[in-house]
Design a binder for this molecule. Sequence first.
Ligand code: SAM
Length: 285
Amino acid sequence: MQLTFTEMHAPTVGLAIQVDRQLYTEQSDFQRIDVFECEEFGRFLTLDGYMMLTERDEFIYHEMMVHVPLAVLGETVRKVLVIGGGDGGCVRELCRYPHIEHIDLVEIDERVVAVCREYLPTVACSLDDPRVHILYQDGLKYIRRIEDEYDLIIIDSTDPFGPGEGLFTMEFYGNCYKALRAHGVLVNQHESPFYKGDALACQRAHRNIVHSFELSRLFQAHIPTYPSGHWLFGFSSRGVHPVRDLKADDWNARGIETRYYNTNLHKGAFYLPNYVQRLLEKVEE
Ligand code: SAM
């Protein structure tokens, strides 16, 4: 019998992956957690039936979430907050920078961390770095009491429903603004512009962010296992610009080996298709 994982990306369109083995399944206090194994993508994690990451293409997402802000902020990044991200992928990329002194990982579901440690060790491999402090809390509540604390905040959340819903609100982004230091940057996973449901979620998030930050730009990457493959990320700050303030020579001098990110692609990622620009302009005024 052939087992197939299917995730619908639109009412009549979906992703189907022939599965060799289901390695794990659990209903945690927050969501259904599954780990599968397949020929094309290796092992992959789903939450409530939605694709979170695969061994084969997770490098694209995690490199873009981390190296884009680090190539702009450089050595000024000492203290980082990651909200969500219990798989450890963003933390792994952050730990490649010796100058980063402290990483708080605020993940609501400790079962996600435990499952990724066991079944996705290449992703969760840096969670025991002494600079990493895991707090099992709701990021929406955690951020309310933080002020002028972080140089970089990364929102690596699930989609805007279930436990992740609050991480796309004006209240949350306003509190992230307050929690950042003056030169700080917020990077968030910003959904996709293609299918109707994702495009609406993208517009709502953008509207809430532009009302909270002086500068907000979106950048893009191509992630095969995410809806449409065209994925967006947000870069927001009080004034730091993601392309004008890119320190390409400094970043390249670090000699960090990547498989997707480079400082030329960094610039290109911020030049969006016309239909995406129009989608965003609708909610910017
Ligand atoms: N890369 C994935 C994506 O783009 O969909 C996200 C991966 S990561 C597994 C998402 C994490 O966000 C999950 O572990 C989930 O438990 C966590 N999460 C969801 N809502 C949260 C909240 N309010 N506070 C903290 N963590 C949350």
